[in-house]
Design a protein around this ligand. Structure first.
Ligand code: NAD
Length: 307
């Protein structure tokens, strides 16, 4: 099958591209390299260095004629969304509308969309399932909510078929270790460079950390399953910030002690996403335990020496 991956030069999109190629799909990537890197585009994929907001996207669809589109490209920083909500909305909502129009015009069989746990806001119960109310507390979460709503209306008015995947906290190889990186990437970089660690709050706060290769497999499973559904992609397991530090200490055999600071305002204490729906509808489950994913990631960074 011919699959177009938007954002395929980025962290998650590059792993999805690799998984698709492994499963013998024909793949094209469109990415403007705003945060992605050219050398992260898997060899074997056709690469278009373009912005998905532009008219040229329609030419790319005419040229490649995808059967399926996996839409990962986005502005992914919560902090940037709070500083510049207009830009965030352009990258995450308006750009998605352009992708949707291209999908309809070019008879794409299905769109898979990267959404986020950020939609749920502060959990009212745990684990958060797909029935949980949607109350985003950042412009990033809001722009993903808007994108989801556009997707559902395109399905209603134009018969577009979709699967929306709401990811928990994704970690793994090629996650940006600069700027507002995920906590795993940030801590890993500090461990490998022997730098001090900062923890805001007591470190007991928990998140649901899902390994990037498991997320890639969920996207590929969604090509043929989970039609017109919204599905969490998660481990349904709690990992605390202190757990991450302890596991990294054990793997790297180093003795870094974190400094504790007052908790960040609005920080959510615990977050776990239910994954029963993904198991039932996508016939998917996470293969990696947190420690296995962490080990694979740390060996990658040590080998590549890119921290
Ligand atoms: P990333 O920044 O590594 O990847 C995004 C890619 O999109 C980059 O390669 C970037 O260059 C490209 N891009 C951005 N705007 C573009 C545009 N206008 N035109 C073309 N390309 C553009 O981020 P990621 O962590 O790989 O995130 C991928 C998707 O997963 C995003 O939609 C994000 O919101 C979602 N998501 C990520 C996480 C996580 O923990 N990383 C969690 C939930 C959801």
């Amino acid at each position: 099958m011919k699959v177009l991956v938007t954002g395929g030069a980025g962290f998650i999109g590059s792993h999805i591209t690799e998984e698709l190629l492994l499963q013998n799909h024909q793949v094209a990537v469109v990415d403007n390299l705003s945060s992605g890197k050219r050398n992260q585009v898997a060899s074997g994929a056709t690469f278009y260095e373009e912005d998905i907001k532009n008219e040229v996207l329609h030419e790319i669809f005419s040229d490649f004629q995808p059967d399926y589109v996996i839409h990962q490209a986005a502005q992914v920083s919560v902090a940037k969304s709070l500083q510049d909500p207009l830009k965030d909305s352009e990258e995450n909502t308006l750009a998605t509308i352009n992708v949707l129009e291209a999908c309809v015009k070019h008879n794409v069989k299905k769109l898979i969309f990267a959404s986020s746990a950020a939609l749920y806001g502060s959990p009212k119960y745990l684990p958060v399932d797909e029935q949980h109310s949607v109350n985003p507390i950042s412009f990033y979460g809001l722009s993903k909510k808007h994108a989801e709503t556009y997707i559902k209306m395109f399905a209603q008015y134009h018969g577009l078929t979709y699967t929306i995947l709401r990811y928990a906290n994704v970690y793994g190889m090629r996650q940006d270790t600069k700027g507002e990186a995920g906590v795993v990437a940030t801590f890993m970089k500090r461990f490998l460079n022997n730098q001090p660690l900062s923890i805001f709050g007591d470190g007991a706060q928990t998140r649901d950390f899902i390994f990037v290769k498991d997320v890639a497999k969920a996207n590929v499973a969604a090509l043929t399953k989970g039609e017109n559904e919204v599905i969490n992609i998660s481990t349904e397991k709690q990992t605390s910030i202190l757990n991450i530090v302890n596991e990294l200490k054990a793997i790297t055999n180093s003795d870094i002690f974190p400094a504790f600071y007052p908790e960040s305002q609005g920080d959510i204490k615990d977050s776990i996403l239910a994954n029963t729906k993904a198991k039932n509808m996508l016939n998917w489950k996470p293969d990696y335990s947190f420690v296995e994913g962490l080990k694979e990631t740390i060996y990658f960074y040590q080998k590549e020496m890119i921290v």
